[in-house]
Design a protein around this ligand. Structure first.
Ligand code: URA
Length: 232
């Protein structure tokens, strides 16, 4: 188990790498890499879509109107930014705030996965369609999934994944804002459940010498004929 200080140092190293990233064409148009911000030891993580104009200028996630709404909703559940980690699926702004392109998501997802592995959150709130689809590895949209928590294996760990409407969408649609607020108010309940049961660690196959002759014979008979010949 890493200490908070260790997580911070390791995250800084990933940030140093991301800062000079040229893995996709967005590096040509960005002003700043918006890596993420908050508590490296957080139990709760939010994953948005991509930086907008304000974030690109300042270098921090969710600093515009959508960010103000996020702050307000956090305050309603008695949390603030220093309690959580906030980041985006894409670390660089797409021009004119267009949707992320598949090649950009592909190029950038490694940074998100490394953040997840280092922070080890219990609950991940995906904000909107793009991060929900990526982390669920499925095309089901946010309007069907919002507010439905599920245990998902992401990388080596099980997490409580909790899709939410994107605050930017909720800003302009009162019914969405109402749903976002109701879903948000259930976050403390999910956090109180603690981490989900983790997948069983890899169990090593016994060395051949440890097996009895009967066990070796039983294993051999389970092999496909081609494998018995050593053809894989
Ligand atoms: N929208 C996002 O998805 N992320 C931000 O950082 C700001 C707006």
């Amino acid at each position: 188990m890493r200490t908070a200080a260790e997580r911070r140092e390791l995250l800084k190293a990933v940030y140093e790498e991301a800062r000079g990233c040229m893995r996709c064409p967005l590096h040509q148009t960005r002003t700043t890499v918006v890596f993420g911000a908050g508590n490296a030891d957080a139990e709760l993580m939010f994953v948005g879509e991509a930086p907008g104009a304000n974030e690109d200028r300042i270098g921090l996630p969710f600093v515009g109107q959508a960010g103000k709404l996020l702050d307000k909703l956090l305050a309603e559940i008695e949390l603030d930014r220093k309690d959580v980690w906030i980041c985006n699926l894409l670390k660089c702004r797409p021009p004119q705030n267009r949707d992320p392109h598949p090649n950009e998501i592909e190029a950038c997802q490694d940074y998100l996965h490394r953040q997840l592995e280092l922070i080890e959150p219990t609950v991940i709130c995906t904000l909107g369609n793009f991060s929900t689809k990526l982390l669920r590895a499925d095309t089901t949209g946010i309007s069907r999934l919002h507010g439905r928590e599920e245990v998902r294996i992401i990388g080596p760990r099980a997490v409580r994944l909790y899709p939410l409407y994107h605050p930017a969408a909720a800003l302009y649609t009162p019914s969405m804002l109402e749903a976002l607020r109701a879903d948000f108010h259930r976050i403390p309940e999910l956090l109180a459940l603690g981490p989900p049961e983790q997948p069983h660690p890899f169990e090593p196959v016994p060395e051949v010498e440890d097996l009895t002759e009967a066990e070796i014979a039983a294993q051999d008979s389970e092999l496909e004929p081609a494998a018995q010949l050593g053809l894989f």
